[in-house]
Design a protein around this ligand. Structure first.
Ligand SMILES: C[S@@+](CC[C@H](N)C(=O)[O-])C[C@H]1O[C@@H](n2cnc3c(N)ncnc32)[C@H](O)[C@@H]1O
Length: 208
């Protein structure tokens, strides 16, 4: 594996994107992402919940109403937008500037955790997923909505070739093997749901 890039690079990238992020995502959000978010959050029981890589707060409308919500992001500018969205929605969310690769929470601090379209950008995804395993109580669940490398061998190879270009232009990696990364982090996979052909977008439920 290549050496992960410093997290400052990710932070700078999302700080730059923050002001146009919602606009760029407007069409896919309406077409599919909104539906997929609702599908993920339908599974999440109330309790002490952590969202990592909260971005501009697009999942906030779907949070369980009686949950105690904490959310983190590495980008101050994305987080500022999330703060404004929480206020607009009247949601009580504890927001922190924090790297998922080294979370400042004690072990077993949460009943469950969730992330949407995040582990494509985290420099060392297995390290981040291990942190989720640590901060979620044993037996608690981790819910992920992520795009990843296609299962199809030819398309998978094409994604490998294109990845360095996409990372430079837009930020996220398009060839992450996120299901394998979840297992490598020591989480037990409970369900993997393909939301697109060839497994490019998947909803993963795992147990800490
Ligand atoms: C593609 S955006 C997705 C935002 C949001 N989850 C959504 O569904 O719209 C990825 C987010 O992950 C955050 N992120 C990337 N690496 C991170 C890290 N190491 N720790 C915390 N957040 C991170 C980025 O700053 C960005 O806000």
């Amino acid at each position: 594996m290549r050496t992960p890039e410093p997290v400052e690079v990710t932070r700078a990238r999302y700080d730059r994107l923050a002001s146009v992020y919602d606009l760029l995502e407007w069409a896919p959000e309406r077409a599919r992402f909104g539906r997929w978010r609702a599908r993920l959050w339908r599974h999440v029981p109330p309790g002490r919940l952590l969202e990592v890589g909260v971005g501009t707060g697009k999942n906030m409308p779907y949070y369980p109403s009686d949950a105690t919500m904490t959310a983190v992001d590495i980008s101050p500018r994305m987080l500022a937008r999330a703060t404004r969205r929480a206020a607009r929605l009247g949601r009580d969310v504890r927001l922190h500037l924090m790297d998922v690769q080294s979370l400042a929470f004690p072990d077993a601090a949460f009943d469950a955790a969730a992330a949407t379209f995040v582990f494509c950008s985290v420099p060392d995804p297995v390290r981040g997923l291990r942190e989720l395993r640590r901060v979620v109580r044993p037996g608690g669940r981790i819910y992920l909505l992520e795009h990843m490398r296609a299962d199809h061998p030819v398309l998978g190879r094409i994604m490998d070739w294109l990845d360095p270009i996409v990372v430079r232009l837009m930020g996220p990696h398009i060839n992450r093997r996120t299901v394998a990364n979840v297992t490598a982090a020591g989480l037990a996979i409970e369900a993997v749901e393909d939301l697109t052909p060839m497994g490019i977008v998947r909803l993963i439920t795992a147990r800490a």
